[in-house]
Design a protein around this ligand. Structure first.
Ligand code: GLU
Length: 425
């Protein structure tokens, strides 16, 4: 079966919306936020569900379900990626959309938050089927996206080709080329230099800041990365090039481990050839769980949600947890991480390098003037370092953990924008 059915919402710790709401409520309480404003922040501004008919290569018609949730437009156009996965749910997309709002507020970007998703298994679709699905989804969202309205980007299982199709479909409908409708495009179509590496690079930048605070040296620091895709793969490559020792990569099917540090380039070649990171000649295979619980300085979950939970958080043996993915830890894991004294770089800060360079891409498209890679990287680094320092200083000042501080900082900024704008009637 290619098109997965809509799934009922998960009513437990593993529903990301519950984690998103619990953290929002906690930060709102500590801020003494007005109840009415909290109601606004708890309710996405707009939710779209579309049913997407696609002609398959064999002539059959399949119908996929897709979502786009625009959580907030208080600080600017909605912004956020689109993911393709069989287990996408509306609640997951709602949570992810709200995290985009907080992420853009923590980094002080002039955007709100949004997220999209299509329930499908992209591995079972041909490039032609993927293209037709992307184009039809875009056509069904046409009135609700745009450079001033909502600007999509890549996420899990989508990439610059997906964004090129989206941009082209939107442009054909608009009657002119509109590059600023999406970010994460190919450089030849108005994409930004440095965007593909941006999320991984941002993770590296904040990890370095955290290490400085903890007095850890880069040359001797051990890093375990879970996920080897858009975020984890890039973070691994950049960090090993910068001299970090990547001792393990953890994927859904297991872990590859080398205490002396893995050759990431060779591992990427191996995966390309064999389809898996396992059985890499210069590494030892471990189970997925053994990888997650290795004794390490940095653990970077960089794939999907619900990796660190109330069931396993006590087993972690890292000093720094850098959340490259969105929502890799559940809200019930938070107190355990705090009690263990793990220095958490929360997702809404750690992985914000991607949307930061998306912002630069949107700016460059609208200026029609493109920056060199050094300028992009330097400006992104500056924003990431300043945001990291803002969050850590806030945490110290208010005696809260880093995640709570990041939420409080973000909520305060979004609430302020809502109050300034007033409630339109
Ligand atoms: N999907 C990425 C994220 O979760 C990037 C979003 C964007 O650039 O708009 O942050």
């Amino acid at each position: 079966m290619i098109a997965a059915a809509e799934k009922p919402p998960m009513a437990d710790e593993f529903n990301p919306l519950l984690s998103a709401e619990a953290r929002l409520d906690n930060a709102a309480k500590l801020l003494g936020l007005d109840d009415g404003i909290l109601k606004v922040l708890r309710s996405p501004s707009r939710e779209l569900t579309v049913h997407i008919p696609v002609m398959l290569d064999d002539g059959r018609i399949e119908v996929f379900t897709g979502y786009r949730v625009q959580h907030s437009i208080a600080r600017g156009p909605a912004k956020g990626g689109i993911r393709y996965a069989p287990d996408v749910t509306l609640d997951e997309v709602r949570a992810l959309a709200s995290w985009m709002t907080w992420k853009c507020a923590v980094t002080n970007l002039p955007f709100g938050g949004a997220k999209g998703g299509i329930i499908c298994d992209p591995n079972l679709l041909s490039p032609g089927e993927l293209e037709r699905m992307t184009r039809r989804y875009t056509a069904q969202l046409y009135e609700f996206i745009g450079p001033e309205i909502d600007v999509p980007a890549p996420d899990v299982n989508t990439n610059e080709q997906t964004m090129a199709w989206l941009m082209d479909t939107y442009s054909m409908r608009a009657g002119h080329t509109e590059t600023a409708v999406v970010t994460g495009k190919p450089i030849d179509l108005g994409g930004s230099r440095g965007r593909t590496e941006a999320t991984g690079r941002g993770c590296m930048v904040v990890t370095q800041e955290a290490m400085k605070r903890l007095g850890l040296e880069r040359a001797s620091a051990r890093v375990v990365i879970q996920g080897f895709g858009n975020v984890g793969g890039m973070a691994a490559r950049l960090m090993s090039r910068a001299g970090f020792k990547i001792i393990a990569i953890v994927e859904y099917d297991g872990t590859v481990y080398n205490e002396k540090g893995l050759d990431i380039r060779a591992l990427a070649e191996h995966r390309k050839k064999t389809g898996s990171i396992l059985e890499f000649p210069e590494g030892q295979d471990l189970s997925r769980d053994e990888g997650l619980y290795l004794d390490t300085d940095v653990l970077m979950p960089a794939a999907r949600e619900n990796v660190i939970t109330s069931e396993n958080a006590h087993k972690l043996r890292c000093k720094i947890l850098c959340e490259g993915a969105n929502g890799p830890s559940t809200h019930l894991a938070d107190p355990i991480l705090r009690d263990k004294g793990i220095f958490v770089i929360p997702d809404i800060l750690a992985n914000a390098g991607g949307v930061t360079v998306s912002y630069f891409e949107w700016v460059q498209d609208r200026m029609g003037y493109f920056w060199n890679e050094q300028l992009v990287n330097d400006r992104m680094e500056e924003i990431m370092i300043n945001s990291f320092r803002d969050v850590v200083a806030y945490a110290e000042k208010h005696a809260v953990d880093n995640r709570t501080a990041a939420y409080m900082l973000a909520l305060d900024r979004v609430a302020f924008a809502i109050k300034l704008r007033g409630i339109y009637a």
